[in-house]
Design a protein around this ligand. Structure first.
Ligand code: FES
Length: 325
């Protein structure tokens, strides 16, 4: 058992236990969301003691040099003193515009000096204790502004603040961009399979736009699924792009399709059935899977078995939040 000092509390951490679990057990709140090392909302700063490399995996060299680490990945090996990071490792951004993309998803557009690539993710901080990871839908090189698609949840603290509280001109703090789900030069002549659910479209839209702007020379198939037609968004833009680029094919997918509201060209069904039917062989393809962890788990296996190389299957699973955001 080791002891961790935080905000005047002494947390007793059992052997093999993560710092985040120990804090939960002691009813001490450490910000968190995915608990898998993906979202970085549990980032803390080390004031005394040591952390293992596992606790800093996925952080930038700059963040590591500042003593930052992830509470959900930290299994303390000795006594420590920790604190919330405040502004450490966070970059200011100004909200330039805000618009609804459908009845549930709001697009936030920020100006920031941060470096990012379309398809990566950042944590948007409401305040020091509440942050939520979102994927980046725009290109720094081509758009200059950072765009996020934020889905609203009735009890979502951060998403409700984005929709109701944040105003154009407001300053916020963002965590540094991370993740490898983005378009790279080596994909230039490979067929691309982009598959997403809900706001999984955000990183895929970023990847798609980068590919088209870089003159991607092979086929691009984008599948985006929603429970109902109203859940889809950017439909007109994507249909227009498909009309302008012979090599781009947009496939909206809905699970329930009332005929009177059907989206033009949409298919009713399940991605786990539709993709194997439409793409029996994926050798040489580059695959991007974004959204529901269940969809990703199933399709990762399928794409690998259908011939896509392990390194050519990139994914961005939207974690199930431990707390309601
Ligand atoms: S990275 Fe720790 S809660 Fe998401």
């Amino acid at each position: 058992m080791v002891s961790v000092e935080f905000k005047g509390h002494k947390l007793e951490v059992e052997v093999g236990e993560t710092l985040l679990n120990a804090a939960d057990r002691s009813a001490v709140r450490i910000p968190n969301s995915c608990r898998q090392g993906l979202c970085h909302s549990c980032v803390m700063v080390l004031e005394a003691g040591e952390v293992t490399p596992q606790a800093q995996q996925g952080l930038t060299d700059h963040q590591i040099s500042q003593g930052l680490f992830l509470a959900c990945q930290c299994v303390p090996q000795g006594d420590m003193k920790i604190a919330l990071p405040g502004k450490l490792g966070k970059i200011p951004a100004t909200l330039i515009s805000k618009q609804w993309l459908n009845g549930c998803v709001v697009e936030l557009v920020f100006e920031t000096s941060m470096r990012w690539t379309a398809g990566q993710n950042i944590t948007l901080w409401k305040d020091e204790e509440h942050g939520r990871a979102y994927s980046i839908a725009s290109s720094r090189k081509y758009d200059g502004l950072l765009k996020l698609h934020v889905a609203q949840y009735e009890q979502g603290l951060v998403s409700r603040w984005c929709a109701e509280g944040l105003q154009e001109g407001d300053q916020v703090l963002l965590g540094e961009a991370n993740g490898d789900c983005f378009y790279t030069e080596d994909a230039h002549d490979k067929p691309l399979l982009l598959v997403g659910t809900g706001t999984g479209l955000a990183p895929l839209y970023g990847v798609l736009m980068d590919a088209l702007r870089e003159g991607h020379s092979s086929e691009i198939h984008l599948y985006v699924a929603a429970a109902e037609p109203e859940g889809l968004y950017l439909v007109d833009q994507l249909q227009r792009l498909a009309g302008e680029h012979d090599n781009f094919h947009y496939h909206p997918v809905v699970r329930r399709q009332p005929t009177e509201e059907a989206v033009e060209g949409s298919v009713q069904g399940d991605l786990g059935v539709l993709i194997p039917k439409a793409h029996a062989a994926l050798r040489g393809w580059k695959v991007f899977l974004c959204g529901s962890p269940k969809m990703i788990e199933g399709l990762r296996k399928y794409c690998f078995l259908a011939g896509a190389g392990g390194n050519d299957i990139l994914f961005d699973a939207f974690e199930v939040a431990h707390e309601i955001y």
